[in-house]
Design a protein around this ligand. Structure first.
Ligand code: ATR
Length: 287
């Protein structure tokens, strides 16, 4: 199927962009431009490498030029919290901004990352977080947001495992305080879990080992395994999970759903999910 041709760029073209550093491998322009074209919108999405010290000026510049919106990626998401005029509940909750909408001369900050985890788990793996038992690997930035999001979605039991144990313990303490109904521990589970979720960066580099210690937990005891990494498409964790008969998915769905939500915030229209997923797959995997 040939891709729809977007309306020609002219003075009425609305602009969105992603700021990050590095930015060269961002798949967001492919995803959003395909979505704009599919809906016949005269919109375009660009990518800019922005130094953190210029982030405030870059956001102000986009506002002055009447951009429709921005995405922010590493290392800007925390910095931007203090650079917008107002924060949506989502950005307040997670203390990070990955989406800005310019409206009435104001920059409003949103966070579409946290909700995307839950949508991707449901869509790609059929996992419902409410009442689930989950082993979460990783307690960095992504691990922390994910752990708190799962707790807020009424996960039944959460096992937090991290190389640096103290970071897992800090998050566990935060969950115990904020969500006392959730059973949280910082060791590998005994018995079965519904989901193993990798939020570490182990697997990004060629030859990385699995983040899971299979001497402590067998994948035969997991219903499903989600790896937030999407490049490479199959990490050693996902390979082992498939061999053990688990349902598996990689992090492309998270990228898709955070983008789809941003698209809806900017345009007010439902995101064309199938078009966006296909554009991502083409861009990331060349297929
Ligand atoms: P992000 O924002 O992507 O979460 P991060 O905050 O740097 O990035 O977190 C990286 C995560 O991967 C952490 O959980 C980290 O473990 P530590 O907290 O012990 O540093 C984990 N990680 C990175 N390299 C690792 C390795 N070689 N072995 C095990 N865990 C690793």
């Amino acid at each position: 199927m040939s891709n729809p041709v977007p309306p020609a760029i002219n003075a009425a073209t609305r602009l969105c962009a992603v700021y990050g550093r590095p930015i060269a491998h961002s798949a967001s322009p492919a995803m959003h431009n395909a979505a704009f074209a599919a809906l016949g919108l005269n919109w375009r999405y660009l990518a800019f490498e922005v130094d953190p010290k210029n982030l405030r000026a870059a956001i102000a510049g986009a506002r002055a030029m009447r951009f429709a919106g921005l995405n922010l990626t590493v290392p800007h998401k925390l910095l931007a919290v203090d650079m917008v005029d107002a924060l949506d509940e989502s950005a307040k909750n997670w203390g990070a901004v990955n989406t800005i909408k310019f409206q009435g001369g104001e920059a409003i900050g949103f966070n579409t990352d946290a909700a995307a985890v839950v949508t991707a788990l449901r869509d790609d793996l059929g996992v419902e977080i409410r009442g689930a038992r989950v082993l979460l690997l990783g307690a960095g930035g992504a691990g922390r947001t994910t752990a708190l999001k799962l707790a807020s979605e009424h996960v039944a039991e959460l096992f937090l495992v991290n190389r640096t144990q103290s970071k897992a313990e800090e998050i566990a303490a935060e969950i115990q305080k904020q969500f006392p109904a959730v059973q949280v521990s910082t060791a590998y589970p005994k018995g079965e879990v519904d989901l193993v979720l990798n939020a570490t960066s182990l697997g990004l580099k060629h030859g990385d080992p699995s983040p899971l210690d299979e001497n402590q937990f067998s994948l035969k005891q997991a219903g499903a395994v989600y790896d937030m990494i999407y490049r490479p498409a199959e990490t050693s964790l996902l390979k082992a999970a498939k061999t053990s008969g688990c349902r598996t998915a990689n992090g492309l769905g998270m990228l898709l759903h955070q983008g789809a939500k941003a698209f809806e915030i900017w345009t007010g229209q439902p995101a064309p999910l199938a078009v966006m997923r296909r554009a991502l797959e083409e861009n990331v995997y060349g297929k």
